[in-house]
Design a protein around this ligand. Sequence first.
Ligand code: BGP
Length: 469
Amino acid sequence: MRYQTKKSFPSDFLWGASTSAYQVEGAYLEDGKSPSIIDMYEHPKDTADFKIASDHYHRYKEDIKLFAEMGMKAYRFSIAWTRIIPDGTGSINEPGVAYYRDMIAECRKYGIEPIVTMYHFDLPYCLEEKGGWNNRDTIDAFVNYAETLFELYGKEVRYWLTINEQNTMILHPGAIGLPKGGKLPTKKELYQQNHHMMLAQARVMKLFHTMVPDGKIGPALNLTAMYPATCKPEDAIAAHNWEAIRCWNFADVPVFGTYHPLAFAYMQDRNIEPEILPGDMDILKGANPDFIAMNYYSTATIAASRNDGSDVAARAGDQQIMLGEEGIYRPEENPYVEKTKYGWVIDPVGFRYTLRKVYERYHLPILVTENGIGAPDILEDGKIHDDYRIDFLEKHLEQMKLAITDGVEMLGYCPWSAIDVVSTHQGYQKRYGFIYVDRDEFDLKEMKRYPKDSYYWYQKVIAENGESL
Ligand code: BGP
């Protein structure tokens, strides 16, 4: 739809940027922190690990000052469970508590709204050893951790995200690394884990609304609209299959308290549906998220399954993410979109399309918690000319403005990432930040910070509240 007038961004729009604890903090065993699954899983050997990362743990004041100078109105970061309750369930680790208390205060000092992710891929390893999310006790552990966070920070933090990309963890478990021995859970186990996460999340949201009545909480999912490869009806059915299984099944449960009917039929047919105990469905009802947080990178194009053993393929540049499923869907190339150096589809119009679909389905405001382009940025004479990032973000923001004009209620935009962080598979070869961290995969150098060209561009966008987009 073409409009004569585009709507403006709301005056209190949360212009921000994101990071996650294990990718930015470093200090992976410092001040009482215990290892998380991310610290213990196997990752590619030729890229940086997460032990030191961007050393945000020691340099957060310098970093937040730079964020403030860029004009950021919100900073989305995650709290590491392993810093707050190192043994997963027991006593509270004061230095970890103090770290986040100080970081939140530092944000507030500059008028930056902290947006906290409670769990970003980093389950305490000690809980994993007891069965992790296969074990129903992990539900209580997560609720206890959440209650601790709300008590500690509920007065200072208004925006909370429960679990980052639950759908990625369940559908592409290899994406966050391989457990020792390389054995991934079966689909049946994964959907059981998913059910336990859903129960934990619902309990946490209900608890939140009683403990932090003025705050807002939502799930943070990786959402993306699907295109049928052609107008062949079977392609449309396949695209619908995958959209339901990949996206809506994960957002329907927190919002409606029920699994998506098509996705549930799929699980039952393949005998991978979770065991649902009496009372579970009551727990799932009435969680009432206040918004949907959404990570958006690209769209997918889908054709009917051939069901001849050829439907499954690795995502471009990423052997750990497999796409396609026999009898369900197969991934197809989209000739109308470009791709990043790492084979990820670049689709700003697909962003608008996804926002429209999400809003139409859930009628909840949307907070974009990730969006961005990974690239091997080059530092030259203290400058980083990342015009490709400016181009990427600008086009996505233009489409978001159109989505707002379409009637989609938007809370904010927090692209990935505020500062360079370790990419889960490509270390520091693949960067996303507005601020460059001068380190290599293995040579840490001084880790000096350099604002990139995109930093100054975003500064301007924020200052004018996106008016000239
Ligand atoms: C999302 C994760 C982020 C981040 C991002 C980029 O799925 O929530 O933590 O890693 O993807 O991914 P990558 O670093 O693999 O390019």
